[in-house]
Design a binder for this molecule. Structure first.
Ligand SMILES: Cc1ncc(COP(=O)(O)O)c(C=O)c1O
Length: 259
């Protein structure tokens, strides 16, 4: 079948779909020929024309327990009917304290304080802010530079696109936040194509961090942020020893590392 290459005109768009501006989506194409999901259960979506579609990415990795699980539905219904919302500025409600306490007990080592956010983007921007503010509070106020990685995706906030390494997500937004360098990405088909599990080739790419530290001096660097397993650039598994090497270099230079 020959694909339609001409972009649809606005007249072919269903008018009730016009107002919603969809992220990371070719809006006119979608709205001319929508792929609309109207229900979901466990691993499957139901489309508006009543087809079952396997949700292979768990709703972009945030419905990992399965769709519309009865226990989760009931818990959400119960909470909304009991206390739908209470701010956590200057007042509190038991829910976030209970979840934070449970999480802290599950997490390894000294990961024992939880800061909740509404999205990954907000989490990344908050983590970058916390790293810079932490160093400053400790008397290391010159540690402000951030290091991300090429091909990295860290969300849509200015911090996230600055440390992120996806060109089209950055190119429209001027100078972004200042003082950011990028490690090279680890994707290499020549060495790593058809690898099962963690590739053997590539740990040496972590040593690029030493080059960046030598350039700016560790006293100016706050944090390094990389995805342990890159997702949005195509799923990239870290080479064997790569993350450990990044951790060693960061520890040596007193730099925060966020995987
Ligand atoms: C590593 C990473 N950081 C941040 C984000 C942004 O998360 P959100 O879409 O919830 O803002 C994503 C989303 O895929 C991600 O994979």
């Amino acid at each position: 079948m020959v694909q339609e290459l001409t972009p649809p005109t606005t007249t072919s768009i269903r008018p009730e779909l016009e107002a919603f501006w969809m992220p990371f989506t070719a809006n006119r194409q979608f709205k001319a020929k929508p792929r609309m999901m109207v229900a979901a259960k466990d691993m499957y979506y139901t489309t508006e024309d009543d087809r079952q579609v396997l949700d292979g990415t768990a709703g972009l990795w945030c419905v990992n327990a399965g769709h519309s699980r009865t226990r989760i539905v009931e818990a959400v219904q119960k909470q909304v009917a009991t206390l739908d919302f209470s701010p956590t500025f200057q007042m509190g409600h038991p829910g976030p304290f209970q979840v934070a306490d449970r999480l802290a007990k599950m997490l390894p080592g000294d990961l024992n304080h939880i800061f909740f956010t509404n999205s990954g983007s907000e989490a990344v921007d908050s983590a970058l802010k916390i790293a810079i503010a932490y160093h400053r509070a400790k008397g290391d106020g010159t540690r402000q530079r951030l290091i991300g990685r090429e091909r990295g995706y860290h969300g849509v906030g200015f911090g996230g696109i600055s440390v992120g390494g996806i060109g089209p997500n950055r190119k429209f937004y001027g100078s972004l936040i200042p003082g950011v360098d990028h490690l090279p990405h680890t994707h290499n088909l020549e060495h790593n194509a058809f690898t099962k599990g963690q590739p053997q080739w590539g740990a040496h790419l972590a040593d690029e961090l030493e080059r960046i530290v030598a350039l700016h001096d560790a006293s100016n660097i706050a944090a390094v942020i990389v995805e342990p397993v890159a997702g949005s650039t195509g799923v990239l598994i870290p080479p064997q020893g790569y993350l450990q090497r990044l951790r060693q270099i960061c520890d040596k230079h007193g730099i925060f590392v966020d995987f």
